[in-house]
Design a protein around this ligand. Structure first.
Ligand SMILES: Cc1cc2nc3c(=O)[nH]c(=O)nc-3n(C[C@H](O)[C@H](O)[C@H](O)COP(=O)(O)OP(=O)(O)OC[C@H]3O[C@@H](n4cnc5c(N)ncnc54)[C@H](O)[C@@H]3O)c2cc1C
Length: 351
């Protein structure tokens, strides 16, 4: 379903949920065009990709499965870190990408990919500054050295006043302006189900299933897969990471379809072992993936650890009061199926 200028203007005035909902109009004429870029997914990665491609002069098509733009930003806490930001300058904090890189590697004990980490830290500050220029508002007292995980040595960690939605709100005016200028075309309630390929394997565009289950073909010189992860797809999650998906905490559209599309075009999955668990999610029941009942921050810096942690063999595997949250996170990754139990009494449960 294509979006008109009127729908976007109506959307701009809506409440939170409605603000990201996009209405529908016929998509006539689009199939005859060859776009410079077809972007699969209008979420955290897809929206800025569309913005920067369009600002560089590209004719962009964004295809989004749900009726809302924003993807996981609608759920995410949106905590980010970067050096040489305007927020650090205002607080008189000296920092650099090199110090950020060293801090990341110190905390993760050199387990993250060096080139990806470098790429991230070299661009993080400019990304945060772009957001700040576009109205991104952060929590009072931020940047800080950290929140849930191990802390940096320098205060470069920050969070928007409205979690991930603060980031989305910074994207949307520019995105809307580019739609109004005709530089970006958006299809919502439209799921990319297949890549259009010629015999040589070259990707020529996408096949899209619309809300009435009709399949349509859209052509583009470049196709970008920005359709998120697979943490709402228990089977694919377990196949990829070799760990059951214990809780449902992901954006429901994170079904991994972009991963399958990439594989279908000869791609491969890399870095599957790099995923980090978030310890302390209390599942509601044993029917995995289970709704999340609560979260117990197993972080000695945050609170006194009352519980004893044991693994599947009933053995303690971690020093519960270790001052590093990452110590627990790393030890947990070494446990079979990441399974562990926190043992505590009813008084502790109540508190
Ligand atoms: C509760 C929670 C808290 C988090 N907190 C943080 C945090 O503090 N800091 C941090 O850095 N990260 C955090 N994350 C992770 C971070 O939010 C995600 O990694 C990031 O938002 C993913 O961005 P993405 O663009 O890859 O996917 P998404 O933002 O999910 O975008 C993918 C889009 O593609 C669409 N889509 C999917 N399949 C198709 C298809 N076949 N055709 C068309 N469209 C499709 C989806 O509907 C979606 O809109 C958190 C995640 C969660 C769930």
């Amino acid at each position: 379903m294509a979006i008109s200028r009127r729908d976007l203007l109506v959307g701009a005035g809506c409440s939170l949920a409605g603000g990201f909902h996009i209405g529908s109009l016929g998509a006539s004429g689009l199939q005859a065009r060859i776009f410079d870029a077809a972007i699969v997914g209008g979420g955290t990665a897809g929206l800025p990709t569309a913005i920067f491609a369009a600002l560089s002069g590209a004719d962009v098509l964004v295809i989004e499965k749900t009726s809302n733009l924003g993807g996981t930003l609608l759920l995410s806490t949106g905590q980010i870190a970067g050096s040489e930001t305007v927020f650090q300058q205002r607080a008189g904090i000296a920092d650099s990408p090199d110090e950020h890189y060293a801090d990341v590697m110190r905390i993760n004990q050199n387990t993250s990919d060096p080139s990806l980490t470098r790429l991230t830290v070299d661009n993080a500050g400019a990304t945060i500054n772009w957001l700040a220029d576009h109205g991104f508002e952060i929590l009072p007292g931020h940047p800080v050295t950290g929140i849930g995980h191990d802390h940096f040595r320098v205060a470069r960690y920050l969070q928007g006043v409205n979690n991930g939605i603060s980031i989305l709100q910074a994207f949307l005016p520019t995105f809307r302006a580019l739609v109004n200028k005709g530089k970006i075309t958006v299809l919502t309630e439209s799921e990319v189900v297949e890549l259009l390929q010629e015999k040589s394997g070259k990707v020529l565009g996408v096949l899209v299933k619309d809300a009435s289950d009709k399949i349509k073909e859209y052509r583009a010189s470049n196709t970008v897969l920005a359709s998120g992860g697979c943490a709402a797809n228990a089977r694919m999650f377990e196949e990829l990471h070799d760990v059951p998906l214990y809780t449902q905490a992901a954006y429901p559209a994170s079904t991994g379809s972009g991963i399958l599309l990439g594989l279908s075009a000869g791609g491969y999955v890399w870095g599957r072992e790099k995923y980090a668990a978030l310890p302390g999610l209390v599942a509601l029941d044993n029917n995995y993936p289970s709704p999340m009942q609560a979260w117990a921050p197993l972080n000695a810096k945050k609170r006194k650890p009352w519980e004893v942690l044991v693994n599947s063999e009933g053995e303690r595997f971690v020093q519960e009061d270790h001052p590093s949250a990452h110590h627990l996170e790393l030890e947990l990754l070494r446990q079979k199926g990441h399974r562990h139990w926190a043992i505590f009494d009813s008084n502790i449960l109540r508190r």
